[in-house]
Ligand binder design. Structure first.
Ligand SMILES: NC(=O)C1=CN([C@@H]2O[C@H](COP(=O)(O)OP(=O)(O)OC[C@H]3O[C@@H](n4cnc5c(N)ncnc54)[C@H](O)[C@@H]3O)[C@@H](O)[C@H]2O)C=CC1
Ligand SMILES: O=C(O)C(=O)COP(=O)(O)O
Length: 624
């Protein structure tokens, strides 16, 4: 592998080389390292795939997040209690069984906000559906214990994501298992609304026989506007095409070719609502979609339009809908979701004769509920075990194949950050950090969010008492005024590996080890992954080569024979096991840096003796 351009071109001398080994087993923990093993079980987890979002960033601007631990041995791990998982809403039995194999499950439904707050303070995970509001107060009440909130469904508008992120709490959802159920419910509402099924049923049960009153409208040949062409919207569109409808859709983020493949035209919002005979809502509730159906938008609709909502009540201004119904702009509405759930009994909207309602039943089929329960149980158990989740909502989602490729680099990133910050005098004044990723891959072919989060964790944890994980890394960095800029350099190495090297520079600080200061005057540390194992490859301007396992002693010395032996002997006499040693120099017989990997932490006397070796100008002990 090419040696970094910022390092001396002199080849590092290895005194011992580790045999090629597989990647270290690493985890990206939501838990303190020491708690990891306690949650290890034999629960089989299957990761659901998620699209990897490639985000080009030069500074910390997003709320992304996490943490890693190396592979600890199973020995000396105390048996600790299982994690406590609070299930606050009804969940399918298969999911509950999965959770019970893994943790202590407390199924407590219909908790008052006060009781929920009490319970979360004793829970590592919380699982909810749409009926529980997971507010900032809930995260505050958890006092750091709550590590993951699992939303057993799609919509996460009932969870305060910002508060979750600030508290380092991962939020995961179950985005796929109820898609068909929601789409089928949308179609059921569409057809039953068009044929007045609910009203006619109520009429017969009231002893009437009103055939002429309940003449309906046909679906075939009518235009349906699907608002939100995501998972549910797509399935609704597919089914509506089968009913002979002309389907158009509005979705600012959906790819036109995916729509075209289904024979659906993507159109503007105004075009969709002004040409449709039926409008079906399938977008999430966000600040941008809140009350997007209001007096103004209803006034642009075709007179006699029919509306279906299985998305979220909050996307409609319900008072405006009542006005539109009264004015005959909206002929009928079929609603599964409401601004307030349950809605008040005397709600004009609910009582309106042209409105059909169901109590948020979109996801409520046996099949969907079993699927959702399994999907969320796997995601929550996986998160508690420290695995990266493919369904994380407030942390980078990474496809499993990308994750397995990036794993050793994620471990490297944290260790390089951790090393670099320990070279800052007193750990003080750390504000500007520059990260350089050298890679043979295209700029777009490398998602650095996880790496950046891990570097941030490595930098922050040794100099503060903040607990940093992938969820809150960017938030904590911003809070501490840390600026992290990222640079990618395309190098001519094998594109088989995602990254050639990661270099962390800490700018404008004093160093406690002059040898780590590069020509630009900044602390500079660089590492690579070799045979799946993270290695330190450059300190300041010196090339070294030491595997990043255990702890590290760095010495700057005069390059002369016998140095390795002298220092090795001192460590040996104190029973400190050297796992790796490497010497890098700039000019033969001038300055050299010796990097010594040690399994144990040498005592102060041993370190003093190393410092006493006459050729050694300076040394530093670093914890990895
Ligand atoms: N009633 C129920 O029981 C259920 C309701 N839902 C709700 O359905 C909605 C959609 O779910 P999925 O399709 O699974 O989610 P999804 O994330 O796959 O799709 C949402 C789509 O809405 C689009 N979108 C975002 N902003 C938009 C805007 N301003 N205008 C138009 N489109 C916009 C997105 O680009 C995305 O394609 C969610 O709100 C979810 O909570 C989902 C399942 C069951
Ligand atoms: O998945 C969703 O977004 C839903 O709205 C389903 O909600 P539920 O889990 O049935 O309370």
């Amino acid at each position: 592998m090419a040696i970094s351009s910022s390092c001396s071109s002199v080849k590092a001398v290895n005194t011992r080389w580790t045999s090629p080994s597989p990647s270290p087993s690493s985890r990206f923990s939501l838990l303190p390292t020491s708690l990891h093993r306690r949650y290890a079980t034999n629960v089989k987890l299957t990761a659901t795939s998620a699209a990897l979002k490639t985000v080009e960033q030069t500074t910390l601007t997003e709320d992304n997040k996490f943490s890693s631990v190396g592979s600890d041995s199973d020995q000396d791990i105390p048996t600790l209690p299982k994690p406590r998982i609070l299930v606050a809403e009804k969940l399918g039995e298969a999911g509950l069984n999965l959770l019970r194999d893994f943790g202590d499950v407390d199924c407590s439904y219909e908790l008052s906000p006060e009781d929920l707050k009490k319970k979360v303070a004793e829970s590592d995970a919380l699982i909810v559906r749409s009926g529980t509001k997971v507010t900032r107060e809930v995260f505050e009440a958890a006092k750091g214990r709550l590590k993951v909130v699992g939303r057993a469904g799609v919509g996460i508008d009932n969870v305060d994501l910002q508060a979750a992120t600030e508290h380092g709490c991962l939020v995961v959802n179950a985005p796929t298992a109820n898609t068909v159920a929601a789409a089928e419910h949308g179609i059921a509402l569409l057809a039953s609304m068009a044929r007045n099924v609910a009203q006619a049923d109520a009429s017969i049960k009231a002893g009437k026989w009103e055939r002429s009153k309940y003449v309906g409208v046909s679906l075939v040949g009518k235009t349906l506007a699907v608002m939100g062409f995501g998972k549910v919207g797509t399935e609704v569109a597919r089914r509506a095409k089968g009913l002979g409808m002309n389907v158009i859709s509005h979705d600012p983020y959906a790819p036109a070719d995916r729509a075209r493949a289904l024979g659906v035209d993507l159109v503007s919002f105004d075009q969709a609502i002004s040409t449709a005979d039926f409008v079906s809502l399938h977008m999430p509730l966000t600040p941008a979609t809140k009350k997007v159906f209001n007096d103004e938008t209803f006034s642009k609709m075709k007179k006699g339009v029919r509306l279906v909502n299985v998305a979220r009540g909050g996307v409609i201004d319900e008072d405006a809908l009542v006005r539109a119904l009264d004015a005959g702009i909206v002929a009928q509405a079929a609603l599964d979701v409401f601004c307030e759930e349950p809605p008040s009994k005397d709600s004009k909207l609910i009582q309106h004769e042209n409105v059909t309602v169901t109590p948020h039943l979109g996801a409520s089929t046996k099949e969907a509920q079993e699927g959702v329960a399994i999907e969320i149980a796997e995601a929550v158990a996986g998160a508690l075990k420290g695995e990266l989740s493919a369904t994380a909502v407030n942390a980078p989602m990474v496809a499993p194949e990308v994750l397995s490729e990036l794993t050793p680099y994620i471990v490297l990133a944290e260790k390089i950050g951790r090393l670099a910050v320990q070279l800052v005098s007193g750990g003080k004044g750390v504000q500007s950090i520059k990260v350089v990723y050298r890679s043979a891959r295209d700029r777009d072919d490398l998602d650095t969010r996880l790496l950046r989060a891990m570097i941030t964790k490595g930098i922050i944890e040794p100099i503060s008492d903040s607990y940093v994980n992938l969820v809150n890394a960017d938030f904590i960095a911003k809070q501490k005024g840390l600026r992290i800029s990222e640079e990618r350099m395309v190098v001519d190495t094998s594109p088989e590996y995602p990254i050639d090297s990661i270099q962390v520079q800490i700018l404008n600080v004093e160093s406690n080890f002059a040898g780590a200061v590069s020509e630009s005057g900044d602390i500079s540390i660089e590492g690579k992954v070799k045979y799946g194992v993270p290695h330190l490859t450059c300190v300041g301007s010196f090339a070294v080569d030491v595997s990043l396992e255990g702890n590290l002693i760095l010495c700057r010395q005069v390059d002369q024979p016998g140095m390795i032996g002298q220092v090795g002997n001192i460590l040996g006499e104190q029973n400190v096991n050297v796992n790796f040693m490497s010497v890098g120099r700039t000019v033969v017989r001038k300055q050299a840096i010796m990097a010594i990997g040690v399994d144990e932490e040498p005592n102060s006397k041993t370190l003093e003796r190393i410092g006493g070796v006459s050729a050694i100008a300076e040394f530093v002990f670093l914890k990895l």
